[in-house]
Ligand binder design. Structure first.
Ligand SMILES: [Zn+2]
Length: 244
């Protein structure tokens, strides 16, 4: 309790409160309050301003936090967008790759679907004057023979289509980039010279005609339409994504 003497106005107020019938303790309390108030006018103001400052600081902090959160959210959003864009690009790239693969797979096919590989390219033997000029696929007579790639028929007929009797009934198809495919020992030819064919399109039935030791398809890849320009057909097909 302050030792200061209450100023008259305060005293009057205290007396008035007492006179109004309030309890003594209340009066005393009121007195304390007045005394405290008298002492603490400046501190209270200081406290108030400090509180205001603290509040302002808190508000600033909150604002900063909100801003930081917003910035973070924006950054997260941007990162997510970036990730999504990267993902989309990856998906697009994968799709493009798939298309290329599909295209490549469709451009060349095996000339027969089910077979047993017999004589291979360059193989020596009593059957050929020189080395074997193609790849043999052992198949029953009448097996569908397909164009290995898209092109135009340039030879079709007996006597190897003009290449000699050893081939029996044969077909030569001209492809892009100076490549030709040849199909020999056929039992039935189903195309004519000048006809355009697609990869995998049936062009003949296999057979055992010409100089043949048994039913099979003799298949060549040539760099010209004529006999003597053959390359390894198995390696050619493999380089175009077709394993045999
Ligand atoms: Zn052969």
């Amino acid at each position: 309790m302050s030792k200061r003497v209450m100023n008259p106005a305060t005293r009057t107020a205290a007396v008035a409160l007492a006179a109004a019938g309030l309890g003594a303790s209340m009066v005393a309390g009121a007195g304390s309050a007045f005394a405290a108030e008298g002492q603490a006018v400046t501190p209270i103001a200081a406290t108030a301003s400090a509180a205001v400052a603290a509040q302002a600081e808190t508000q600033a902090k909150v604002a900063a936090q909100v801003k930081a959160a917003a910035t973070k959210a924006a950054a997260t959003k941007a990162a997510a967008a970036k990730t999504a864009a990267a993902k989309a690009a990856a998906v697009k790239a994968a799709a493009a790759k798939k298309v290329v693969t599909a295209k490549k797979a469709a451009s060349w096919v095996k000339p027969v679907t089910s077979y047993t590989l017999t004589a291979s390219y360059n193989q020596g033997g009593a059957m050929w004057a020189h080395k074997h000029s193609g790849q043999d696929f052992a198949v029953p007579v009448g097996t569908p023979v397909k164009a290995a790639g898209a092109g135009t028929v340039v030879k079709a007929g007996p006597n190897g289509g003009g290449d000699g009797p050893a081939y029996g009934n044969a077909i030569v198809v001209k492809h892009a980039n100076g490549t030709y495919s040849q199909y020999a020992h056929l039992s039935k030819i189903k195309v004519h010279i000048g006809q355009k064919v697609g990869a995998g399109q049936q062009i003949a039935l296999s057979g055992n005609t010409g100089n043949s030791s048994g039913p099979h398809l003799h298949f060549e890849i040539r760099t010209t339409p004529n006999y003597g320009s053959a390359v390894n057909p198995a390696a050619f097909l493999r380089s175009h994504g077709v394993g045999i």
